[in-house]
Design a protein around this ligand. Structure first.
Ligand code: MN
Length: 738
């Protein structure tokens, strides 16, 4: 490729000017100078670097800064930090240099955005550690995460130029952590784009198909909306309420999710789009304007009483405010109508940053977001969690929708959906949670695991004798309750282990054994345990008895016992070695079918891949390499946490081999149907079945068949054939994405 340096310089400058232009409305005196300085330094630092696409690297920080301004609504501090965000990681500039040039604030943001280097302990995950590190800075400054999201968004937009296995890793992290995070911070537009990009890079065919269909139906959709809105338009005009209509179709990813969850084709997704009325309303009249609009809409169209959502009176924790109703249009189609003011709409799209703009409005959404940040901080302050546990807990926190309940005094509490009386007790106070024996919900006595509903009023009953036990972990959903119970259990365990240690010391003494590290090693091997703590705990609990210890003494060999059976991967180093051995031995790409004798691999049971599927290999701790489909339901978690264990894999042609996979068949029941289906499979197509199960319920049947096929093409032929059987409505592979 020939690079025209003059052209490139021009392009860089023009992009920089565009950034400044977009930032201009929010700039104060001296800001432009600061931005220019950051740009100059970043430009110089990255000058010899190019992105995978061949572009000059500086395009990346420039675009990230632009996203911060335009799509998140951030200001100068963030622009400067965004311009510098890759400098420490990738160039010679150090944090101390940034501190000297831009001060503490920007340094701490850039620090939060810089990945940790080095080797991580066995059982940990570099990705999880880095994610946790980034979130640590959240308690100081939420901007770190906002800039990180902008960074991620640009990387996802430019993922095309990355090799396939990197695409999968980055896309998985995105769907596993970053999209939920964007959602939690109320950044709806970014969340939607991240999800769509994820689908695009993991299942391009499906993505393309849905995108095309959205395009094809555009004209008829617009016509429909025009007619639908006409009467509402007239009435709002009479009331002199200014408004704007937005009706974007649902995102590709959410349509895809609907189709998959409900097992329906595109054409049957009834809520493809929502009609949004955005009202210009003075702050003090927002609520009444919205309800007036609601009243007009439901004058013309009958609402579904189950689908009214009032997030104006009680906004969502991420700050979302809106009034939703689903009404029946004149053509018999359900349509969701979202009613909100311009301020609410901006917050819905840009999230947290938009709150700053409306800070004086005393909106309760903001205090809700504050509450969420407090919860995240609580989570972060727990030192005892490993990074993986942390990411898991954090995700729990991200996904939860809320339930609104009341204390006996009428105070409103927001808990994650599915929360129980026990969650509520821990939300009030740790001590009340720990002593909880039951509750009265709306005056009725209920057990501690009773699930709460919106509007419940709860009084907690306690007893001084009560204390948390293991079962409780299954009764709660809120991270706070979970962590408090775990803490209590850990304390409990600790004191049992301390007792156990004392018992052990006395016993070793009478057995005339020294408590040396060698003795410990032998005991751990003999009892098949992982740590001293486990050993002490089991002795304290009485699981390992004095007699067991005696037997150990009798058994004790003169030479050390070989440690556990899976020595090969019992520590970080040997595991890393195993990975590089496996990775190195197959020339970077595992050929399924050919490399069988070089490395051991198995096809994953969760997604039963067959030739033709897009796949990757994953190095497991105990079972060698597993081959998964790129769209396996477990892929996001595996790739997001353990990207370093992924190896590229490819099918080789092997016609004589057959692979196990599964099909789901839905249809209307009739006599002889099962017979016809199995006939097509075994006689016409000569495919071997491994199992077949059918359930019928009121004339509808659901069948699941496990069978052996050669490749995806073979499977497609089979599906087409099965769909021609009378009574069969739909045939699909049942293992892709849950
Ligand atoms: Mn970056």
């Amino acid at each position: 490729m020939v690079i025209d340096e003059v052209e490139e310089k021009k392009e860089i400058i023009s992009r920089y000017r565009r950034l400044l232009r977009k930032a201009k409305p929010s700039l104060k005196e001296g800001d432009a100078k600061l931005i220019k300085r950051a740009f100059t330094i970043a430009l110089e630092a990255h000058k010899n670097m190019r992105r995978k696409s061949g572009e000059p690297f500086i395009f990346h920080p420039l675009t990230v800064a632009e996203i911060c301004v335009e799509e998140i609504g951030l200001g100068t501090t963030s622009i400067v930090a965004a311009l510098m965000h890759d400098v420490v990681e990738d160039t010679d500039i150090e944090l101390a240099d940034i501190d000297r040039m831009f001060g503490k604030k920007i340094t701490s943001i850039v620090d939060g955005l810089t990945k940790i280097r080095g080797v991580f302990e066995y059982g940990t995950s570099a990705q999880a550690e880095n994610f946790r590190k980034m979130l640590f800075t959240l308690s100081d400054d939420v901007r770190v995460i906002l800039i990180k999201l902008a960074d991620r968004l640009h990387n996802m937009r430019t993922l095309d130029s990355m090799p396939r296995h990197k695409q999968l890793k980055v896309a998985s992290e995105t769907i596993y952590l970053y999209a939920p995070l964007a959602h939690r911070l109320g950044l709806n537009a970014i969340k939607t784009e991240l999800e769509d990009l994820y689908l695009r890079f993991t299942d391009y065919e499906v993505y393309r198909e849905i995108a095309d269909k959205i395009d094809e139906t555009k004209a008829s959709r617009n016509k429909f909306i025009k007619q639908f809105v006409q009467p509402i338009h007239d009435e709002l005009g009479r009331l002199k309420i200014n408004y704007e209509i937005k009706s974007r179709p649902k995102s590709i990813y959410s349509i895809y999710n609907k189709m998959r969850k409900q097992g329906i084709p595109f054409e049957e997704v009834y809520d493809l789009f929502a009609v949004r009325l955005i009202l210009d309303a003075p702050l003090e009249q927002e609520k009444s304007f919205c309800w007036q609009a609601y009243s007009i809409v439901t004058d013309y169209y009958t609402p579904n009483p189950d689908r009214l959502r009032d997030w104006i009176s009680t906004p969502k924790t991420n700050g979302y405010e809106s009034l939703h109703t689903t009404v029946m249009a004149k053509n018999g189609q359900w349509v969701e109508v979202q009613i909100r003011t311009r301020r609410m709409d901006e917050i819905a799209e840009k999230g947290y940053a938009a709150h700053w703009k409306y800070k004086d409005s005393a909106s309760s959404g903001e205090s809700n977001l504050e509450k969420w940040l407090v919860r995240v901080r609580e989570l972060l302050e727990r030192q005892d969690l490993t990074a993986l546990e942390f990411v898991d807990d954090f995700r729990g926190n991200l996904f939860s929708e809320e339930v609104f309940v009341f204390t006996p005094k009428g105070e409103l509490k927001t808990l994650p959906n599915g929360a129980t009386a026990l969650d509520f007790a821990f939300d009030i106070h740790t001590d009340i949670g720990a002593k909880c024996i039951g509750a009265k919900v709306n005056q009725k006595l209920v057990p501690i695991n009773h699930v709460l509903k919106n509007g419940d009023q709860i009084e907690i009953l306690t007893s001084a004798k009560q204390k948390p036990n293991e079962d409780w972990l299954r009764f709660v959903v809120s991270p706070k309750a979970k962590s408090k119970i775990k803490e209590a259990l850990k304390e409990d365990k600790k004191s049992i282990a301390e007792d156990g240690k004392e018992i052990l010391m006395r016993k070793l003494n009478t057995l005339k054994l020294e408590p040396t590290s060698q003795t410990y090693e032998q005991m751990l091997a003999y009892f098949n345990l992982n740590s001293k703590f486990d050993l002490h705990f089991r002795i304290g609990k009485g699981i390992i008895t004095i007699n067991d210890l005696k037997r150990f003494k009798e058994y004790k060999p003169s030479s050390p016992i070989k440690a556990k059976s899976n020595t090969a991967v019992s520590d970080a180093k040997s595991f890393e070695q195993e990975i590089s051995r496996v990775k190195g031995s197959s020339n970077d790409i595992l050929l399924i079918g050919e490399d069988m004798d070089v490395v051991e691999y198995k096809l994953a049971k969760c997604c039963t891949p067959i030739p033709g599927d897009d796949v990757f290999g994953f190095v497991t701790v105990n079972e060698g390499i597993k081959i998964h489909r790129a769209n396996c339901p477990n892929a996001p978690e595996l790739l997001a946490n353990h990207g370093n264990r992924v190896i590229k894999a490819k099918w080789t042609s092997q016609h004589e081999v057959a692979f196990l996979t599964g099909l789901k068949i839905i249809g209307t029941d009739r006599v002889g149907l099962i017979n016809d289906v199995s006939k097509v499979i075994s006689e016409e197509l000569k495919v071997n079945m491994s199992s077949l199960s059918f359930k019928t319920d009121h004339g509808i049947f659901n069948g699941e068949i496990m069978l052996y096929v050669h490749d995806t093409r073979h499977l497609e032929v089979l599906i087409e054939k099965l769909e021609t059987v009378e009574g069969v409505v739909q045939v699909s592979r049942f293992d892709s994405r849950g």
